[in-house]
Design a protein around this ligand. Structure first.
Ligand SMILES: Nc1ncnc2c1ncn2[C@@H]1O[C@H](COP(=O)(O)OP(=O)(O)OP(=O)(O)O)[C@@H](O)[C@H]1O
Ligand SMILES: [Mg+2]
Length: 511
């Protein structure tokens, strides 16, 4: 069902929520939330990790049913028993963790459960592929409808999810942190798409932790805190600082750790590292990269997406096939890891950017996910005592500020940002000498970020060394003692703290 477009002047709100309450075991995720969303506006939802943003959007799109409260869509009371009901009312959601079926083609994903059929009742692949191609073209996305979804970059997967929403003719589109995994260019492309959809009258709700993006795009902003509605304001009538203040309801610790850290022994040395890739247009992913990392140091690696930042960290960690040339030394000893386990044994840990694929074990509880690397041997022998595990994970859960009803809550019940904190906690437990952080604070709220920065700073003061990438330059500038810049797989610049500015880094990154 498509909802007939009404003229904005005469039409009531697109969405009216009244007194929405949702409880999970041990938590009130939403407490009496009321909110109106105007037709055709871009409405941003802000709040700390665990504030209830995703839960509210899941109620709007039929994933969850509220325990109390009412929902109206375009003036009609809506009681969605599932997402299909919501889709029929014109509401589509793109989840924080993408939901494509990796093994199916792009077109099959777009039409999953609503396959187009020809005259004989056979699935009409050609028709679905044509339609998918048309939808993707409107999104400036050039992937083939026949490609398998799992082979796409996250940014393209996101656009496939949007194509799916467009194919449903959704009049209300909900996006849960749509840009958290996107490159700068992909984010810009998505912003154009979102604006275009608004021009065509689509109502858009978007959750984001990126304040600049919120202020570029949103017409109005709603802030949630601890499951409660704090404020809904016109974007033009507020500031990022004001929004942040409402989100956290307290002062955020400033970056009060600019005191120089003592630099210790050399932990890691990379010399003339080249990572060939014959199937890659330039023939290599990394070329002639050299760097070193000392105890007590945070070295930032800047660069545009695709510049080779993740490859660099993964090569050091033994994730990529060991077909690189050059030299990697850990504590002076030449190494060539064939598997991350070997890197762990040598005192290296890595936090990756893609928590769904590489990090979370949905069948394990919070404690199980955090203690995984530390206790896996004991657990395999069935010796793992609950008490020992609890004692072990208490520290990292506290230090990283994971919000959870308890150590044995389901990891899948935690909000996205809190899941990420569990993964960071897991690696801290292995007490690495060298910590590789690949965009570690993706999806983590401002308050928690500040706490994590302080934690990392503290660990470096005790002798750890950190190699850090981030999609947010201010984060690199805040944390790093030195910043190296990669462009197209090569090092193009190195800055000491103080010499680095966003402008100079960007210049080197596009060199
Ligand atoms: N399926 C579930 N089972 C149990 N608890 C849940 C479930 N879904 C959400 N919660 C809890 O509800 C609260 C709100 O979570 P929600 O995912 O809505 O947060 P969020 O604002 O989206 O956070 P983030 O920014 O980290 O994504 C959290 O305390 C979370 O642990
Ligand atoms: Mg969320």
């Amino acid at each position: 069902m498509t909802v007939p477009a009404a003229s904005p002047a005469t039409a009531g709100p697109a969405i009216v929520m009244r007194g929405i309450t949702k409880r999970f075991p041990g938590v009130i995720a939403l407490d009496d939330v009321s909110l109106d969303v105007r037709r055709g506006e871009i409405h941003a939802i802000c709040g700390e990790n665990g504030a209830g943003k995703s839960t509210l959007m899941k109620i709007l799109s039929g994933v969850y049913q509220p325990d109390a409260g009412t929902l109206e869509i375009h003036g009609h009371v809506a009681r969605f028993a599932g997402t299909r009901d919501a889709e029929r009312a014109g509401v589509a959601i793109i989840h924080q963790e993408l939901n494509l079926v990796d093994d199916l083609s792009v077109a099959a994903n777009v039409f999953l459960g609503r396959e187009r059929r020809g005259r004989l009742g056979l699935i009409d692949d050609a028709a679905m592929e044509r339609e998918t191609e048309r939808l993707l073209a409107t999104l400036e996305c050039r992937v083939s409808p026949r490609a398998t979804a799992g082979s796409l970059r996250v940014g393209d997967q996101q656009l496939v999810e949007i194509a799916k929403a467009l194919s449903l003719d959704a009049s209300i589109l909900v996006m849960d942190e749509p840009t958290s995994a996107l490159t700068e260019a992909e984010s810009a492309r998505l912003e154009r798409t979102i604006r275009r959809l608004r021009e065509h009258g689509t109502t858009i709700l978007a959750i984001s932790h990126k304040m600049e993006e919120v202020f570029r795009l949103a017409d109005r902003i709603t802030v949630l805190r601890d499951g409660r509605h704090v404020r809904t304001v016109e974007r033009a009538a507020t500031t990022p600082a004001e929004i942040t203040g409402w989100m956290v309801g307290r002062d955020i610790a400033g970056h009060a750790f600019h005191e120089p850290r003592p630099r210790g022994t050399k932990l890691l040395e990379v010399k003339n590292l080249t990572l060939p890739r014959p199937d890659h247009p330039r023939g290599y992913r990394l070329s002639d990269v050299s760097l070193d990392l000392h105890a007590g140091e945070i070295v930032g690696v800047a660069g545009l997406m695709g510049a080779g930042r993740t490859e660099l960290l993964e090569t050091i960690f033994g994730v990529s096939p060991p077909d690189w040339t050059g030299e990697i030394r850990v504590a002076g000893r030449p190494v060539r890891f064939h598997h991350p386990q070997e890197a762990c044994a040598a005192g290296i840990a890595m936090v990756t950017e893609d928590r769904k694929r590489l990090g979370l074990f949905p069948d394990l509880d919070v404690a199980g996910n955090v203690s995984l690397c530390k206790l896996s041997a004991a657990a395999r022998r069935g010796l793992l005592s609950r008490a020992r595990e609890e004692a072990l994970v208490a520290g990292p859960i506290r230090d990283t500020g994971v919000k959870t009803p308890g150590p044995h809550a389901a990891i899948t019940g935690l909000s996205g940002g809190n899941q990420q904190k569990c993964i960071i906690g897991r690696w801290l437990l292995t007490q690495p000498r060298i910590l590789l952080l690949d965009d570690p604070t993706r999806g983590i709220d401002v308050g928690a970020k500040a706490e994590l920065y302080a934690l990392i700073d503290g660990l470096c003061r005790q002798g750890m060394g950190v190699l850090l990438t981030s999609s947010e330059l201010p984060e690199l500038l805040t944390l790093s003692d030195r910043i190296l810049v990669l462009a197209e797989g090569r090092l193009t610049a190195a800055f000491d703290r103080g010499d680095a500015t966003e402008h100079r880094i960007l210049e080197a990154a596009t060199a």
